[in-house]
Write a protein that binds this ligand. Structure first.
Ligand code: ADP
Length: 333
């Protein structure tokens, strides 16, 4: 899926690495969060202490990993990267925590997916830079306290609602990342184009910015396909190349792809605009219901094409309009 906000491949990871802004000044958009982080980091530097723990919440592809790297870079601190799914036992976390050097930034991506036992260990570690390690088994087991080097935890989550309160409360600051405005995405794209040495006109950048679902990761990915198109066809990366490349990959003028359109069209034409249940919908488009729910629907809801009601999914009047269709008489759209 070209417009999926998740990382799609190893080569994309390398490509992204090359495009990551290294400092807060280079980071585009999220003005509020940038200001909040700047204050927190500067205060810590002035007091010569590790910055408070930071939670970054928001959908994939908006810059959480990038910000974690920036927190380390701005404070000139080493960075350790881990992720919730990699921490399946308290022991996994103990190994990471006990090997941190003073002042290190520990980034845990998808922190809501960490094992419960590890979560509990993290409470004490965050608060007192200390953990209790269990030694032995059964009745003879004892807990041995272990002091840790002071560190800054940067947690990232796409689902801050899934974090238990005691964990959420231990972060000094929670940043809520927002989807980017088109003007900001143009800046992200202009910067990326410069880095990959792709000459591209402003109108072509604006056209890509309108199709990337408010997400820098998708913006960079679409830019890459436009670059490929220009390269293979020996032409400029102009607006015609953007149209042709994105048509080839089925990304329409507002960033909907084939599956998004198919889901909408089925609701509109086969179910008269809904309500239609998720499972019925998924079967009709031949996809898993998880895919429809997690990958397709969030964007359709965000752009106001779809509402989720207790009786099922319902198309809005904006959706009828976009697809040039007329709601049946008596429909609520
Ligand atoms: P997340 O961790 O939230 O999924 P990432 O930090 O991995 O997102 O960002 C994905 C890509 O988007 C990175 O390659 C990065 O270069 C780019 N990116 C994200 N936010 C910005 C931004 N504010 N300015 C410039 N590039 C950005």
């Amino acid at each position: 899926k070209l417009v999926s906000p998740s990382l799609e491949s190893e080569s994309e990871l390398a490509f992204e690495g090359a495009l990551r802004p290294a400092s807060l000044a280079e980071f585009v958009g999220q003005k509020k969060v940038r200001g909040q982080l700047q204050l927190l980091l500067t205060a810590a530097t002035m007091q010569n202490r590790t910055p408070d723990h930071i939670l970054l919440a928001g959908p994939p592809g908006l810059g959480k990993t990038t910000l974690a790297m920036i927190v380390a870079y701005e404070g000139n601190r080493p960075l350790r990267m881990s992720s919730g799914p990699a921490i399946q036992h308290a022991g996994d976390l103990a190994a990471v925590l006990s090997s941190l050097v003073p002042g290190e930034v520990l980034f845990i991506d998808e922190i809501h997916r960490m094992a419960r036992s590890a979560e509990e260990m993290l409470y004490l570690a965050m608060e007192d830079f200390r953990i209790d390690i269990m030694v032995g088994k059964g009745a003879g087991a004892t807990s041995v306290p272990l002091d840790l080097a002071p560190f800054t935890l940067v947690g990232a989550t796409t689902r801050s609602g899934l974090l238990p309160n005691p964990l959420r409360d231990r972060f000094g600051f929670t940043a809520h990342l927002e989807f980017y405005a088109e003007s900001e995405l143009e800046q992200v794209l202009a910067r990326a184009a410069q880095l990959i040495e792709l000459p591209i006109k402003k109108d072509a950048l604006a056209e890509i910015a309108g199709r990337c679902r408010g997400t820098p990761r998708i913006a960079n990915r679409l830019l890459r396909r436009v670059r490929d198109y220009a390269l293979v066809h020996g032409g400029a990366a102009d607006i015609a190349a953007v149209h042709a490349a994105l048509e080839l990959y089925d990304v329409d003028a507002i960033g909907l792809d084939r599956l998004d359109r198919e889901v909408m069209k089925i609701i509109l034409t086969r179910f008269g605009g809904g309500p239609v249940g998720l499972n019925t919908l998924a079967v009709s488009v031949g996809e898993e219901s998880e895919t429809v729910e997690a990958v397709v629907e969030p964007f359709l809801v965000r752009i106001g094409f779809l509402t989720r009601t207790p009786r099922g999914r319902v198309a809005t009047s904006a959706a009828w309009q976009h697809f040039g269709l007329v709601p049946p008489p008596g429909s609520t759209a």
